[in-house]
Design a protein around this ligand. Structure first.
Ligand code: SAH
Length: 235
């Protein structure tokens, strides 16, 4: 069974965009995953086909209407559709590799991209939308966030990455940032590849990589470091 994404957006021409190239593009052609878009405006029924209106209580900007969004969600995803319904939202739960992996193991995702000031609260509640954020900054719309989420999911789908194991050793999979990488030439601007990496001693290489990963994580990401220490029972 392949992964099926449905993206609800006012800008369907942004998709598949970068996901049509490289690994993700080849995987889509091969049928590993599929994507369709729903133009939210098609569900606006008034004369001006408006999808937004002024915020109740006043203030700047516009808010996406719940009736229009609800119709779009219902058309894209009948009640028995098992796929999670996601709203890209800066107020959402921060996206991480664990959520990405869970999505990649599932049937797909229905992804709603906000615009303007965001969406009416009632559609989030009645359609049980899971709010997901890609970081503590504000985009002008949910589309780039949806592309980020899908890129991260698609590379985990079976057969997409040539080397299946490389996915398991990456940053965050072990709770650590990844160790540094080197490749040829042996000397670059006076800097050598660390001896251990060319020693052929696989046990020492693994130890070196773990030590480097731990050092980097401790220095750069105290949050990940303390979670990692807890997980290993060393608080
Ligand atoms: N007024 C809102 C921001 C709206 S930005 C606030 O202050 O919280 C418009 C749309 O872009 C949002 O509805 C959401 O779909 C998307 N978006 C913006 N930043 C995002 C982020 N960090 N993660 C996920 N989606 C984001």
């Amino acid at each position: 069974m392949s992964f099926h994404a449905t993206v609800l957006t006012l800008y369907p021409e942004m998709f598949p965009g970068p996901l049509n190239l490289s690994l993700a593009g080849r995987a889509r052609t091969a049928g590993v995953w599929s994507l369709d878009t729903v133009q939210i405006r098609d569900f606006a029924h008034d004369r001006h086909r408006s999808v937004d209106d002024t915020p109740a209580g006043g203030g700047a900007g516009m808010v996406m209407r719940p009736d229009v969004l609800a119709r779009a969600v219902d058309a894209a995803a009948p009640e028995d559709d098992p796929r999670p319904r996601i709203l890209m939202s800066p107020r959402g739960k921060p996206l991480n590799q664990a959520r990405i992996r869970a999505l990649a193991n599932g049937p797909g995702a229905i992804i709603l991209c906000g615009r303007f000031e965001g969406v009416d609260q009632r559609v989030i509640e009645t359609r049980a939308l899971e709010e997901i954020s890609i970081g503590d900054y504000i985009l002008s719309g949910g589309e780039p966030a949806a592309l980020v989420l899908l890129d991260a999911v698609v590379r985990l789908l079976p057969g997409v990455m040539g080397n299946e194991t490389s996915g398991m050793e990456e940053s965050f999979e072990s709770g650590l940032l990844e160790h540094p990488h080197y490749t040829r030439p042996q000397t670059f601007e006076g800097l050598e590849i660390p001896d251990v990496l060319t020693s052929g001693n696989h046990r020492r290489i693994a130890e070196w990589r773990l030590a480097e990963a731990e050092k980097l994580t401790r220095e750069r990401r105290p949050d990940l470091w303390s979670a990692y220490r807890k997980q290993k029972g060393q608080t």
